[in-house]
Design a protein around this ligand. Structure first.
Ligand SMILES: O=C(CO)[C@@H](O)[C@H](O)COP(=O)(O)O
Length: 226
């Protein structure tokens, strides 16, 4: 199984919250493919962000692109149906934040969304052993979760290579997503290590020209793919 088509997913954690609909639409018009929606609860991670009402507001505003929800919350299950109803496309969660990982994956899929599992930089990949056949996406964190604007942790590259090997061996069309410190300067190396789905927050939203950054990212990705 080869890689899925490249996807660039701006993390709206770094968008202008006072103009969230407009800023999200601007990133999509600039060439982004998905919207990455970071949900933080001030419990599992030390920050507090957005819930299902904000996601629904984006849908009501007219955002039709896939919305990729990254739950950094504990407990996980009781909020899943609300995000599905609000219009989430993919819902990913951290295995150590769920009481029953297999049940949470089933809950996400029964809600009509694709399911992803997220690994912090120091979280073991052992969690994959029994659920790989049920996942649509694996998200590797290349920073410790909680904040945008951090530096990419290089050990994520080896982890990407290992997960890419496991995905290829599985023969299933599982997306391999990377999140944290992704820029136009390192996206090529990250892609070469096996990622096909790239979350970037500050690199896009802190730039004066979103289109120039997204174009530069796509150029680097095209060079890797030959
Ligand atoms: O989930 C998180 C942080 O917990 C990420 O999605 C960040 O928001 C990525 O931001 P940058 O590192 O690209 O600025």
């Amino acid at each position: 199984m080869s890689k899925q088509a490249n996807v660039i997913a701006p993390s709206i954690l770094s968008a202008d919250f006072a103009r969230l609909g407009e800023d999200t639409a601007k990133a999509l018009a600039a060439g982004a493919d998905w919207v990455h929606f970071d949900v933080m609860d001030n419990h599992y991670v030390p920050n507090l962000t957005m819930g299902p009402m904000v996601l629904k507001a984006l849908r009501d505003y007219g955002i039709t692109a896939p919305i990729d929800v990254h739950l950094m919350v504990k407990p996980v299950d009781r909020i899943v149906p609300d995000f599905a109803k609000a219009g989430a496309s993919v819902i990913s969660f951290h295995p150590e934040a769920s009481e029953h990982v297999d049940r949470t994956i089933g809950l996400i899929k029964d809600s009509g969304c694709q399911a992803g599992l997220v690994f912090n930089p120091a979280t073991s990949l052992d969690w994959l052993d029994y659920v790989m056949d049920k996942l649509d996406l694996i998200l590797l964190m290349s920073v410790n979760p909680g904040f945008g604007g951090q530096k990419f942790i290089p050990s994520a590259l080896d982890k990407l290579r290992e997960v890419r090997r496991r995905i290829d061996e599985s023969g299933r069309p599982i997306r391999l997503e990377i999140d944290g410190g992704v820029t136009a300067a390192n996206i090529g190396e990250i892609s070469a290590a096996g990622a096909d789905t790239f979350v970037a927050g500050s690199a896009i939203f802190n730039a004066p020209d979103y289109q120039a950054v997204i174009q530069a990212m796509h150029q680097q990705l095209a060079a890797v793919r030959g």
